[in-house]
Ligand binder design. Structure first.
Ligand code: ZN
Ligand code: ZN
Length: 85
């Protein structure tokens, strides 16, 4: 399974764009419109507070790390998928 940015936009799913750096998972919060979010997660383009419950993984290392993360109690509500290329 993999998902495209336009599919996320159609579903109005805000997401973290995740990349791996070694064993570290770098997660950048984004609105479904594509805007990078600040700490308050408020998108000034869509005028809503984003609910980020999706981890979009840009590389295989990130996918493995994000799946592990989603198995932990704090992140059990998160969906994980790979970015379709
Ligand atoms: Zn949003
Ligand atoms: Zn937005």
């Amino acid at each position: 399974m993999a998902i495209t940015l336009s599919q996320l936009r159609d579903r109005k799913r805000d997401y973290f764009l995740a990349r791996s750096e070694g064993e570290e998972l770098q997660m950048e919060p984004r609105c479904y419109c594509g805007k990078t979010l600040e700490q308050d997660y408020f998108c000034t383009d869509c005028n809503h507070k984003c609910q980020v419950t999706f981890i979009l993984c840009a590389d295989p290392g990130a996918l493995a790390l994000a799946k592990k993360l989603a198995g932990s109690p704090d992140f059990h509500k998160f969906e994980v998928d790979a970015l379709a290329t």
